[in-house]
Design a protein around this ligand. Structure first.
Ligand code: F6R
Length: 245
């Protein structure tokens, strides 16, 4: 795994943007795997600024998102579909028909998981953006998710519900279940770009880079990926001893 230690959140976001823009410039038909949450917001702001100032073209780019809350419609302000539209897609010249995410309100959850797995097979991701949970989760693959997992519905860990409550007016409103790409789907991306900021992620980042490869720490599976880059700010990287500036 390539480890880049960024000075701060802005530096992390700028470096991540350089990598994403390079992928799109090298391949205007790139398939981007995307994440939600606080971590990639700066990356997305930088991608929008780059598109507006330098004209990077997203008209033929396709995307696949990691996860979606079960029960939330795409118009719900806390849904990840809404997040992506408002924090990234509206700022780019991307065709919304080329963007993909699980349908949180699908009546038949098993059929929705099968549909998304088939879509991911047809749409191999050139680069997959990830954040990391404080418990080492990636997407919503909580500790002890099998490395061989594909898209599935998950009961969110209490720690994840607490972490995500800041986005809702009341913790009781945080959905308890979500659709998520599995670890096998994530590992199938050609390149992985995982971002982490803040000291509250330091333990998870240690497990990602230096810990035992174990299903107890889902992110540790990325040690087995042939092309994975971590960009962590100094807080998130604080438990790593060998650092690459
Ligand atoms: C979001 C996702 C999650 C987040 C993780 C970190 O699509 O898959 O794994 O990346 O929970 O969230 P933040 O960035 O809010 O700290």
């Amino acid at each position: 795994m390539k480890v880049i230690v960024a000075k701060d959140y802005e530096d992390m976001s700028a470096r991540a943007c350089e990598i994403m823009v390079k992928s799109v410039k090298e391949n205007p038909r790139a398939v981007l795997g995307l994440a939600t949450g606080s971590t990639p917001l700066g990356l997305y702001r930088n991608m929008i600024r780059d598109h507006q100032e330098k004209g990077t073209d997203y008209s033929r780019v396709k995307t696949a998102n990691l996860d979606e809350y079960a029960g939330l419609d795409k118009e719900h302000e806390q849904s990840y579909a809404y997040f992506m539209k408002h924090n990234l897609f509206d700022g780019l010249n991307i065709d919304l028909a080329n963007t993909n995410i699980e349908n949180g309100t699908a009546a038949d959850a098993a059929a929705e998981c099968a549909r998304y797995n088939a879509l991911l097979e047809e749409l191999p991701r050139d680069i997959q953006v990830l954040g990391i949970g404080s418990n080492g989760h990636i997407a919503f693959n909580e500790p002890n998710t099998p490395f061989g997992s594909e898209t599935h519905v998950v009961d969110l860990a209490e720690s994840t519900i607490r972490d995500n409550a800041r986005m809702f007016s009341d913790i009781a409103e945080v959905p308890r279940r979500a659709f998520t790409m599995g670890l096998k789907n994530i590992m199938n991306a050609k390149k992985i770009l995982i971002l982490a900021n803040g000291a509250n992620k330091a333990q998870a980042v240690y497990g990602l880079v230096k810990g035992e490869v174990t299903e107890r720490v889902p992110a540790s599976v990325l040690q087995l990926h042939p092309d994975c880059t971590l960009i962590a700010d100094e807080g998130a990287a604080s438990l790593l001893t060998e650092q690459t500036k």
